[in-house]
Design a protein around this ligand. Sequence first.
Ligand code: 5BU
Length: 475
Amino acid sequence: MSYDNLILKLHEINAIKFGEFKLKTGSLSPIYIDLRVIVSYPEILRMVAAAMWEKVQYVPFDLICGVPYTALPIATAMSLEHNKPMVMRRKEVKDYGTRKAIEGAFKPGQQVLVVEDLVTSGSSVFETIEPLQLEGLQVKDIVVLLDREQGGKENLSEKGYALHSIFTMNELLDVLRDNNKIDFTTYHNVIEYIKQTQVHTTNTLSSTPPAKPIMYNPTSMSYSKRAELCANQTAKKLLKFMDEKKTNLAIAADVTTKAELLDIADKLGSEICVLKTHIDIITDFDQYLAHELMRLAQTRNFMIFEDRKFADIGNTVALQYEKGIYHIADWADIVNAHTVPGPGIIDGLKQVGMSKGRGLLLLAEMSSKGTLAQGEYTQKTLEMAQNNKDFVIGFITMKKLLDDPCFINMTPGVKLAAGGDTLGQQYNTPENVIEKNGSDIIIVGRGIYEASDPVAEARKYREAGWRAYESRLSL
Ligand code: 5BU
């Protein structure tokens, strides 16, 4: 199909301008395309939306997402005309209310068609794709009105995305020249300019700097920024607490009585982001303990992590999580699981915990000598987490394993001085764990509760952990 008429109309309404324009990059361009103006011309907006739809009519997708702001009305027009639901990416994530990066109703695994007005390097498309993927949505196809032919298509296809464009810069220029809208000199100036300003990142002839890669390396992102990106409420809350309280310390409260556990929660509550329990070692457990822990968690702003290490088939772990004498799902924000039974264990726990807003950590690695949680086992565990991003909030691990800011890495086996115990525990220092290995939370037990002054000792760990975090951010 020919889009000559559409190109001429866009020229008529001044969406395509010729002259000398300073771009965001600082370089001067002989052409400027501003498709924002089409909102003032409903008929043209409708033509654009129809052309885009036609281009992708055989592409499978469940949702449409426009790249803010210019493409939002185009995406809306497509959505309305064809009754396809839309989601929206926030350009700025609000610092109040829900803090969602993606607005709208969606389920992880759904396929999203990204709609953009024009593509140069592809960087603004990547800025939309990333948060969609962080929510578990899938992106394969991008539809744009204009491909400026400056490398965007190549940059996208190298990463496995298909770019569908209605017309290219060369086609647009041909139509305008053939219809006497631009003279020969302008035509050649623009063609030359496009050739000279390739932003294909592997193109060695590039005369403009390549598009800045989007940094989603969690070790260089603040906990608060990561909180904004996470969909799981427990992960969000935990990262927020860490940021607000300036602590990445979790206490492993391995004591055996109610009184001792409540004493730790009370006295150390303001130093920690997580209170880790082994509820089955408490000799006098009752529901009062659970209520008191929850009350302290609420007043001191920490999360409760029951280190239950579920390890059975889905049906059994669902019962262990919800029933029995502990009713873990009612009071523990976070639990963890071995992946040895396969993904069914996640499904079983999710059935119980998801509607309560809970989060699950998978045991990807362990701190003990000779652990079997390594190599392929660890890799398969990461895959299971990625397939369950709505419920799995991170890992028990010795180091950061994935470049995904929504997975929180917690590391046990931490002491101010490295070493071990007589039963296979191996200790690493807070600096190594947080700064060198890129983990997020240090889990400390005996290092604190066996000290003569546990509060003072907890402060030392807290300061060491936070210093290591701050220095990794400044790297
Ligand atoms: P410690 O006293 O700091 O050694 O206690 C470590 C805690 O972390 C303890 O509660 C263990 O059950 C827990 N832990 C661990 O040490 N290593 C692991 O790989 C896992 C949990 Br998983």
